[in-house]
Design a protein around this ligand. Structure first.
Ligand SMILES: [Ca+2]
Length: 198
């Protein structure tokens, strides 16, 4: 009787384990900005790289989680940019942002997901731009009502760059690059996730 009980229990438990969904893995190694940007080993796949006009710091302690978030600052119409490569061709893109300032009601603030060809960190990798004008990017544009409201906002979108022949994606927050308007602005970003389709 005791043996029979154990066998029945095992038959019930095993299918439940097999059906347990796999936890999605974030393809962005440093989506939360907690690996501090610096020169050194194997940085291409891990760090954010970019530039603010006037060399304003690209990190801030005003974080959504952890100790750091990314920070773009433009004091005029010059471009502020950050890039982080993540290995995915299609899937779900998810992130948090805070729009600190915009001289043009958010119209100069954007978070792009860029389809890329080539190998991360190797010479020759480049944006796939079939339609021209960076038109193959997946754009997220910050709504006017989020500018200077002091809150973190969440955004997510599905993407599919398989048909473009993408090898990876670049997560690319921007001020004043391919935006409908340009001007001064400040944009924070944190907790970036890219979950590739299986
Ligand atoms: Ca963080």
């Amino acid at each position: 009787m005791r043996i029979l009980t154990i066998v029945i229990a095992a038959l019930v438990v095993l299918p439940a384990l097999a059906d347990e969904p796999k936890k999605p893995v974030n393809a962005c190694a440093n989506g939360g900005f907690e690996m501090v940007i610096g020169a050194g080993e194997d940085t291409e796949a891990k760090v954010w790289f970019g530039g603010n006009p006037g060399d304003e710091p690209l990190l801030t302690a005003v974080a959504h989680t952890g100790k750091h978030a990314g920070r773009l600052v433009a004091k005029n119409e010059k471009t502020a940019w950050l890039n982080h490569p993540c290995v995915a061709r299609s899937g779900v893109f998810h992130f948090w942002y805070r729009a600190e300032k915009s001289a043009v009601r958010g119209k100069n603030l954007a978070i792009y997901l860029i389809p890329m060809r080539g190998k991360i960190g190797k010479a020759g990798n480049k944006e796939i731009d079939v339609v021209g004008g960076a038109g193959n990017r997946l754009p997220y544009r910050v709504p006017a009502e989020h500018v200077a409201d002091g809150k973190w906002h969440e955004a997510a979108a599905e993407f599919d760059f398989v048909g473009l022949g993408a090898d990876f994606v670049m997560v690319s927050p921007r001020i004043n690059e391919f935006t409908p308007e340009t001007g001064a602005g400040e944009l924070l970003i944190d907790d970036v996730e890219v979950f590739p389709d299986p």
